[in-house]
Ligand binder design. Structure first.
Ligand code: BMA
Length: 315
C-alpha cells in the first residue's frame, strides 16, 4: 500500500495479538510491553500485567516457537515489593532483558513507579523463576532503560531516558557507564528528541535493548508526538558504533513502524506500539510489542532489510 512505508520492513504476524488479558490464568486489566529472552531454544516473555487496581507486575509466558501455545505462570511471577523496595510503591513496568555473558545471568532493567515518579531498577535472574533485586540504578524521573551485553573499555553501558523540564519538558535518550552495573556515571545525551512537528519531537525513549549487528548496535526507539487527540507512539531506528556506543552512525528521519491495526489504535492508551524486546535468529528479527497498552503483538523483519531501510532513510 502506498503511503504506508513502514509496512515494507516489519511485518505483523497475522494471528496478532499473540497474548491478550483473556489468555491470563487470573483476573487482570491488561497485559502488554513484554521483555523477551531465549533459553535453550524456548522463548520467554516477561510480560507487564496491570492488575485491577492499576498497579503493574511481571508474569512469565513460555513458548517453544515464540509465536503461540504460550504457557503462562498461574500466578504473578514478580510482584512489586514496596515494603522492601519502597520505590516500587505504584508497581513495576516495562522490563528490558539483556543476557550478561560474563555473569551467566539475565539482567532486567525495569521501571519502578515510586512516590517521586518513575525510576530505573535492576534485577537479575538465571531462570525467570527466581529473581534477585539490586534496587534503583537511576533516580526519577527516568525510564526506558536497557543494558548493553558487554563492557566497553571495562565499563558497562546503559541507555535510559531521564526527563528534563528546562526550559520546557524534554525527554532525550542518554547513555551512562558503570564499573559494576550498580553505580552509574559519565552521563551524556545520545539521541535527542527532535523539535517542532517531527514524529519524534520533544520525547523519545529506547524501545528494546541494543541489538548487536556487524554494522553497529541497532537501536529501535519510540518517538511520541503530541497531537490534539493525545500522544502518538511510533518507532524509528538508529545505529551506534560497535566499539564506541556514544557515536551515532545513522538515525532514521522517518518512522519505521506505527500504530495501524485495531489492537494498536484502541486500548487503555490509544495509538501505541511499544516494544520492550526483540530476538535475532537466523537473520530474522522478532519484535514483541505492546499494542495500545492492552495486548502483546509480534512483528518480524529481516535484519538486512532493516539495515538497508535505515541507510536509505537517514541523512
Ligand atoms: C510510556 C510507558 C509505557 C506505555 C506508554 C503509552 O510512557 O509508560 O509503559 O506503554 O507510555 O502509555
Amino acid at each position: 500500500m502506498k503511503g504506508q512505508a513502514e509496512d515494507s520492513v516489519f511485518k505483523r504476524y497475522e494471528g496478532n495479538p499473540i497474548i491478550s488479558v483473556g489468555d491470563l490464568p487470573y483476573m487482570a486489566n491488561s497485559v502488554f510491553n513484554a521483555g523477551v529472552a531465549e533459553i535453550e531454544g524456548e522463548t520467554v516473555l516477561l510480560m507487564r500485567v496491570e492488575d485491577l487496581r492499576g498497579i503493574s507486575h511481571f508474569t512469565v509466558a513460555r513458548s517453544a516457537n515464540g509465536v503461540d501455545n504460550w504457557v503462562i505462570d498461574r500466578q504473578p511471577t514478580l510482584l512489586a515489593d514496596p515494603d522492601a523496595y519502597p520505590e516500587e510503591l505504584y508497581g513495576i513496568e516495562d522490563p528490558r532483558i539483556t543476557f550478561i555473558d560474563e555473569e551467566g545471568y539475565w539482567a532486567i532493567v525495569y521501571t519502578a513507579f515510586s512516590a517521586g515518579g518513575p525510576l530505573v531498577s535492576l534485577a537479575t535472574t538465571r531462570d525467570f523463576r527466581e529473581f534477585e533485586r539490586h534496587g534503583p540504578v537511576m533516580p526519577p524521573e527516568d525510564k526506558d532503560a536497557a543494558l548493553f551485553p558487554l563492557r566497553f573499555d571495562g565499563r558497562w553501558a546503559m541507555l535510559h531516558r531521564p526527563v528534563s523540564t528546562f526550559p520546557t519538558t524534554t525527554a532525550d535518550i542518554w547513555i551512562s557507564f558503570s564499573p559494576d552495573l550498580k553505580h552509574w556515571g559519565d552521563h551524556r545525551v545520545l539521541l535527542a528528541a527532535r523539535r517542532g512537528a517531527w514524529w519524534d519531537a520533544n520525547k523519545v525513549g529506547l524501545s528494546p535493548p541494543p541489538l548487536r549487528t556487524d554494522d553497529g548496535w541497532l537501536i529501535l526507539y519510540h518517538g511520541v508526538k503530541t497531537t490534539a487527540s493525545g500522544s502518538l507512539y511510533r518507532l524509528g531506528l538508529a545505529l551506534l558504533d560497535l566499539q564506541d556506543p556514544c557515536r551515532v552512525i545513522t538515525r532514521s528521519n522517518e518512522w519505521v513502524f506505527a500504530p495501524r491495526e485495531v489492537y494498536e489504535l484502541y486500548g487503555d492508551v490509544d495509538k501505541v506500539v511499544f516494544p520492550c524486546g526483540w530476538l535475532l535468529r537466523d537473520g530474522e528479527i522478532r519484535l514483541y510489542y505492546g499494542g495500545a497498552d492492552r495486548c502483546i503483538a509480534l512483528a518480524t523483519a529481516h535484519l538486512d532489510e532493516v539495515l538497508n531501510w535505515l541507510s536509505k532513510h537517514s541523512d
